[in-house]
Design a binder for this molecule. Structure first.
Ligand code: SF4
Length: 262
């Protein structure tokens, strides 16, 4: 597939911030396809990851943000070049079999943004609900799509095994733009997603990239206050993230001209 030069890959010093709704739609057109009314999605791998003390993982292709600290495989930047299409039944079957084989009760989709193909995701959740070997599905998300479309959150609330982890990237609009590449006017979307999750009674917590090498004390305080103004519990249980020196992270930091001490 030929993509125009307007499709952002990674942040560079002369990067032009983009419309996250447009990039979500373009990414969806690359990594999702409909086959007889079934939405298939591209994946590069299925495996057991060590995080969460072991979790069965489907590695999806594609994201709508371009965080310069992202560790995801390079398929995030070049989604048209990587991965194979899988139906939701096939994905659920693979995850369920891996869970059974390794006696691990948790599953997730990682490496990109799972909500980019919403129909596919909901169908995976539907099948996971019926899998006796998986007790918990951790839905890791940047909250952009959920903030745009409340109906996705409402659908997710139907599944008892789902636990959402919303990962915030900044405490100020201009820093959101600087770190993710998406224009600052979209900064509020993940916070809107959080309000929808509360409204629909979904189990979740908030994580944030508050690494002091890229986030000032004042910005961190603003972020925590903003969460507390929605619900004090959100600030109390905030999971704070640091940047790890994965190869892909180092590549993206270098491209963005961001120098960190390790
Ligand atoms: S850190 Fe998450 S939200 Fe940001 S680009 Fe990577 S996969 Fe997407």
């Amino acid at each position: 597939m030929e993509l125009s030069n307007r499709y952002p890959r990674f942040i560079t010093p002369d990067f032009r911030p983009y419309d996250v709704i447009e990039i979500s739609n373009i990414t969806r057109s690359i990594v999702c396809r409909h086959v007889k009314r079934v939405e298939e999605r591209k994946y590069t791998d299925f495996y057991v990851a060590g995080v969460y003390r072991g979790i069965v993982t489907g590695c999806v292709v594609g994201c709508n943000l371009r965080c310069f600290f992202c560790w995801s495989p390079i398929s995030r930047d070049f989604p048209e070049r990587f991965g194979e299409f899988y139906s939701s039944t096939k994905v659920a079957e693979i995850l369920c079999n891996l869970a059974k084989h390794h006696r691990i009760r948790k599953a997730r989709l990682s490496c990109g943004e799972p909500t980019i193909c919403p129909q596919h995701l909901i169908e995976v959740l539907e099948y996971i609900e019926k899998c006796r070997d998986i007790e918990l599905f951790i839905l890791e998300t940047n909250g952009i799509i959920m903030g745009i479309d409340e109906s996705i959150v409402k659908k997710i609330s139907n599944y008892s095994k789902v636990y959402v982890r919303v990962s915030l990237k900044a405490g100020r609009p201009e820093k959101f733009e600087e770190r993710t590449g998406a224009r600052r006017e979209f900064f509020e979307l993940p916070f809107r997603a959080i309000k929808y999750l509360l409204r629909h009674g979904v189990k979740f917590h908030v994580a944030a990239m508050t690494d002091p090498r890229i986030m000032s004390v004042d910005e961190r305080r603003e972020l925590i206050n903003k969460l507390a103004s929605i619900d004090p519990w959100l600030a109390q249980w905030l999971e704070e993230e640091d940047i790890d020196p994965y190869r892909t992270t180092l590549f993206r930091l270098r491209k963005a001209g961001v120098k960190l001490k390790w």
